[in-house]
Structures are given as C-alpha cells and as structure tokens.
Design a protein around this ligand. Structure first.
Ligand code: HEC
Ligand code: HEC
Ligand code: HEC
Ligand code: HEC
Length: 496
C-alpha cells in the first residue's frame, strides 16, 4: 500500500528517470555500434574510400595511386639508382664490359650485342626499347623480336591480351605494340582492383600450373606473395611459330628437368656461331631456384624480403620499392634474425663470393671449349665427329646460364647454385677433352689458338659483330621511331 502511494506521489519523477535511463542505454548501445562500424570502416577505408573507380585493366598506375598513395609513393622509388651492394644494386652496369667472356659465350645470339644488369621496375619499358637486343625496326618487316618480348615489362600487356587475344598478342611483331606498351611494371600486373588481392595477370604462369596438375586459384596468400613475381622472374621460352610464351616446368623445376623438357621437344634458342652447338639460353629462373633454397623451405615468400612492411603512424603497409633487401636490412633480415647488420651482410657476401669464384672458372673453360670446337671445324672435323662436343657444350652452357642469369640465386639457393655450376665446369672440361680427341683423329698437331677477347670491343669483333652499324641503326630508331610511339601513346591516353 505504501509502495503504491509512493509511486502515485513520485509518478512524474519516476517516468522521467526511466526515460533518461533509456536514453543513456540507447546512447551507449549507439556508441558501441559506432565503434564497431568505425573499426570496420578503418579496414574498409583502404578499399571503399576509393577516390577513383578502377574498371577493367587499368595500366596507368598513377590512377591507382589516387586510391593507394602509400603503395604508389614507394612504387615510384624503383626509379632510384644509387644503391650498390657488393655484387648487385640498382645502378646501370654494362655486364659485357665487365666480363667480355660472355660475348663469346653468346656468339650468334642478341645478348652478345648488349647486356646490362637489371634496374628497377620503373625502367622495364625504357630498357627493352633501348637495348640493342631488340634491334632497330623502322618497319614491321625489320623486326628481330616478337611481341612476346614485351610480356614481362608492362601492365599494358594484359590489357592488350584482353583486347586482341593472347595468341594474337604473342604472334605479332615487337614494334607493332611500341605505341601501346608504354607504362612500366605496375599495379595491374599484380592486383585485382576490386579487392586489391594478388591477381595473376600472366596466362603463362596459370597454364604452367595447369600442366603440372595444380590449380593456381587454390594457392594460399603466402604463396601468392611469391607467385606475383613468378609471372616474370622465371625461366621461359617462346614456343613454336606463334612464339607462345611457355614455362618449361612440365617435368619439374630443376635445371636437369627443364633441360630434359627442352631436349624432348627439340627446342634450341640459337646455333652458336663459333662451335655450331645448338644452344639454350636460360632466362632468369629466380623463382625456381629460390624455391630450392633454405628460406623458401621455411615458408618465406619473395615479398618477405623484397617488400617489407613499413609503418606510418598506426598504418602498416607493404613497401613497393622492389630492390635489393640489403638496402633496408633493419626492415628485411633483422625482422627475423637477431644479428648485426655487419654479420648479415657478411653471410650474403660470403655465399656470393664463393659462388662467383666458381662462375668465373666456368666462363674461362667454357670459352676455351667453344674456341676449340671452332678450331676443330676449321681443320675439317665432320658432324659425326663433333656430335659429342656439341652435346656437352649445350649442356655445360645451359647450366652456367641457369645459375648466373638469376642474379639473386647465390643467396636464394647457394647449395643448388654451386651444384649446377660444378656440373657446368665438369661438362666444359669434358667438351675440351672431346675436342682434343677429334683433333687427334684429324692428325692436327698445332695448339688451339687463344683469341684476344680482353675487352667487350675485342670480343665483339672476334665473333664478327659490326657494332658501329648496329649502334648507328639503333640511334636512328631512338631518335625517330620512339618519339613517334610516345606521341601516339599520349594522344590515345595510354600514357598520363
Ligand atoms: C610486382 C607485384 C606488385 C606490384 C607491381 C604492385 N603490388 Fe601492391 N602488393 C603486392 C604484394 C605481393 C602485396 C602484399 C600482399 C599480401 O601480403 O597479401 C601488395 C599489397 C598491396 C596492397 C595491400 C596493402 C599493403 O600495402 O600491404 C595495396 C593497397 C597495394 N599493394 C597497392 C598497390 C598499388 C597502388 C600498386 C601500383 C602503384 C601496386 N600495389 C603494385 C605486389 C605488387
Ligand atoms: C611483369 C613482370 C615482373 C613482375 C611481375 C615482377 N618483376 Fe621484378 N623485374 C622485372 C624486370 C623486367 C626487371 C628488370 C628491369 C630493368 O632492368 O629494366 C625486374 C627487376 C627486378 C629487380 C631488380 C631491381 C634492381 O634495383 O636492381 C628486383 C629486386 C625484382 N625485380 C624483384 C621482383 C619481385 C620481388 C617481384 C614480386 C613481388 C617482382 N620483381 C615482380 C619484371 C617483373
Ligand atoms: C630471405 C630474403 C629473400 C627472399 C625471401 C628473396 N630474396 Fe631476392 N634477394 C635477396 C638478397 C639478399 C639478394 C642479393 C642482393 C644484393 O646482392 O644486393 C637478392 C637478390 C635478388 C634479385 C637481384 C637483384 C639485383 O639487384 O639484381 C632479384 C631479381 C631477386 N632477389 C628476386 C627475388 C624473387 C623473385 C624472390 C622470390 C621468388 C626473392 N628474390 C626472394 C633476398 C631475398
Ligand atoms: C621472415 C623471416 C626471415 C627474413 C626476413 C630473413 N630470414 Fe634468414 N632465415 C629465416 C629462417 C626461418 C631461417 C631458417 C633458420 C633455421 O632453421 O635456423 C633462415 C635462415 C637463414 C640463413 C641460414 C641459411 C641456411 O643455409 O640454412 C641465413 C644465412 C640467413 N637466413 C640470412 C638472412 C638474410 C641475410 C636476410 C635478409 C636479406 C634474411 N635471412 C631474411 C627467416 C628469415
């Protein structure tokens, strides 16, 4: 009774309290909801607060940069050219000038004209346009390379493949797309714009997986942090008349397995002009060799060392300045290894020095074998007599190139790289022994002559290259054709 009277008396006040209480609860619930949404929004900002909507294959990375300024700003740094480690770096280095033996090893192949160390991704298009390896095609007929040569240089490539068809792209001539392939390696090479996941833009990688019975779409995020790179940093060849870009992984990824593949399909990159051996040119099996090394076996991916995380306030993002990890040891090696910078550098340099020691020996002996084979031909050797020599030369040089063309291999997979090089040295000596047998059969008593190939110029002259003519034609091409391409690209809004 008392309680009822109490209620009657304070009815208004109680109703007000209830009302206020409800407001507080609603307010608190609102706060909680807001905080959850805010956190989700924080994650989603990256993808939903896009300033521009990216549709289709957008090869102009500047446009992606509007949405992802941090990744863009670090990506742009691949233009920098001042880092140098003991054996690598992002500077321009004329490799043939440093190691003229390579001119002789590639006699008859475009690499003997010109070969420089890789630079940052920002230079991919510029470098392939300027190298003497692509010649000076003022007309379509003058092309020495197919359009396949653009395949690892630009996000304009997947865009063109979508437009003209994959097969048509490969079987076109290189210069046909000079005004189309103008943006260096960029966002669309590695990302799906809808969710920014790693997307495989190059059909050759997906096709190689298919042939190995693996579904690339089932790969894990960690695997994709390497597969993004495996679109280009791999061994490949141009298959058949259609010059279809193909990775020779059907029998496995070791030097021997790929060689078996090439031998079975009867593939030859070129005939060596001195020894007449049917040669293979290894490209840059970075991914394949890395996978055989200690870090891959512990589950690391390329991005763990080449795209370390960077912090900006509360935001953590992937550094897109793809470069030697020795440039930022504090953010690469030292995130996992509690060791000094000096020690970490020492480990890398020790692996590299020991392997390059063997490499230098191989190059000397391999040159001797080619020169000896030429001498035997000059003295009248028959094809039958030379058969074992040529076989050994092909096998020896394939192994040398496989180990050397992957610039990171001596650190990525030191034991495997040293193993391949030791087989190369063995086969180079065997080839020389076979040459000596042929010379003995022919009754030749003279010593094999030793050419002077002490400089790039001398070596190029020795193999019969007319460098002034090649350079003259290239200069004309760069002065006249390239500006034409760029003007057209700007008119068509291919370039910003
Ligand atoms: C060579 C391949 C490659 C290129 C080119 C590339 N990215 Fe990435 N990107 C990656 C990889 C690998 C990751 C890490 C993905 C992961 O860990 O899941 C990444 C991550 C990202 C992320 C997720 C957040 C982060 O930073 O980790 C964004 C956003 C991004 N990239 C934007 C860009 C933009 C913008 C460009 C062009 C300016 C670009 N990327 C070019 C490979 C690439
Ligand atoms: C679309 C093809 C393509 C993709 C994808 C690609 N690269 Fe490259 N990369 C190249 C080319 C071409 C060069 C040489 C450019 C030059 O010298 O002009 C290069 C050069 C490099 C260099 C040498 C840079 C220097 O400063 O010397 C490094 C390191 C590198 N790439 C790492 C990677 C890593 C790691 C990935 C994956 C996250 C990757 N690349 C993905 C094509 C590619
Ligand atoms: C454990 C760290 C680590 C991982 C993971 C790694 N690399 Fe490297 N990479 C290095 C180091 C160290 C070098 C040697 C750099 C130097 O000598 O300056 C190197 C060198 C290179 C180079 C030559 C750079 C130049 O300046 O010419 C390329 C290209 C490259 N790596 C690509 C890759 C690719 C592709 C992957 C994955 C398949 C990968 N790396 C995985 C540490 C790593
Ligand atoms: C994401 C982690 C990670 C990063 C980054 C990393 N490593 Fe490692 N590293 C490992 C692991 C894990 C092992 C295997 C260690 C073990 O089994 O004791 C290893 C092993 C090594 C070894 C011994 C290799 C062998 O033959 O067994 C050396 C040397 C090494 N790392 C150097 C480096 C250098 C130099 C860098 C930077 C360029 C680097 N690591 C970056 C994780 C990393």
């Amino acid at each position: 009774m008392k309680l009822k009277q109490y209620f009657e008396k304070h009815r208004v006040a109680l109703l007000w309290t209830l009302f206020a209480g409800t407001i507080v609860v609603v307010f608190l619930l609102g706060l909680l909801a807001a905080s959850v949404t805010e956190r989700r929004a924080e994650i989603a900002t990256l993808f939903n607060n896009k300033r521009v909507e990216i549709k289709g294959i957008e090869s102009r990375s500047e446009i992606w940069g509007e949405n992802y300024p941090r990744e863009f700003e670090t990506w742009i740094k691949t233009k920098e050219m001042e880092f140098e480690s003991k054996h690598n770096g992002n500077k321009f280095v004329d490799v043939l000038e440093m190691r003229p033996n390579m001119v002789v090893l590639w006699a008859g192949y475009a690499f003997s004209r010109d070969y420089s160390a890789p630079r940052g991704h920002a230079y991919a298009v510029e470098d392939v346009v300027h190298t003497l390896r692509t010649g000076a095609p003022m007309t379509i007929e003058e092309n020495m390379q197919p359009a396949t040569c653009w395949a690892c240089k630009s996000p304009d490539v997947p865009r063109l493949m979508a437009e003209v068809g994959i097969e048509n792209f490969y079987k076109s001539k290189w210069s046909e797309f000079g005004h189309e392939v103008v943006n260096p390696i960029g966002c669309a090479d590695c990302h799906n714009p809808e969710n920014m996941n790693i997307a495989i833009s190059r059909p050759a990688l997906t096709e190689a997986f298919d042939r190995m019975g693996k579904d690339i779409h089932k790969s894990t995020i960690q695997e994709r942090r390497s597969l993004a790179c495996a679109q280009c940093h791999v061994e490949y060849y141009f298959k058949g008349d259609g010059k279809y870009l193909t990775f020779p992984w059907d029998k496995g990824m070791s030097a021997e397995n790929m060689e078996k593949y090439y031998d079975e399909v009867g593939f030859t990159d070129w005939i060596h002009t001195l020894s007449k051996a049917p040669m293979l040119k290894a490209q840059h099996p970075d991914y394949e060799l890395f996978m055989m090394g200690p870090h891959a076996q512990r589950g690391l991916s390329c991005a763990d060392c080449h795209m370390p995380y960077k912090s900006e306030g509360a935001i953590k993002y992937s550094d897109h300045h793809l470069v030697s990890p020795l440039m930022y040891i504090d953010r690469t090696c030292q995130t996992c290894h509690r060791d000094s910078k000096e020690n970490l550098l020492k480990y890398v340099y020790e692996y590299q020095d020991k392997i390059l020691e063997t490499r230098d020996r191989v190059e000397e002996e391999l040159v001797k074998a080619h020169v000896g084979a030429k001498f035997a031909w000059d003295k009248g050797a028959t094809e039958k007599q030379m058969e074992p020599v040529l076989k050994l030369l092909r096998a020896a040089q394939w192994r040398w190139d496989f180990a050397v063309a992957s610039h990171g291999a001596s650190f990525h997979a030191p034991v495997e790289t040293q193993r391949i090089l030791s087989h190369s040295l063995d086969k180079s000596y065997q080839a020389q022994l076979e040459v000596n047998k042929v010379l003995a059969q022919l009754g030749v008593k003279e010593e094999i002559p030793v050419p002077d190939i002490s400089t790039k110029e001398k070596a190029q002259k020795y193999i019969g290259l007319d460098m002034p003519k090649l350079k003259g034609a290239k200069d004309k091409f760069i002065a006249e054709k390239v500006p034409e391409w760029l003007t057209k690209a700007r008119e068509n809004k291919r370039l910003l």
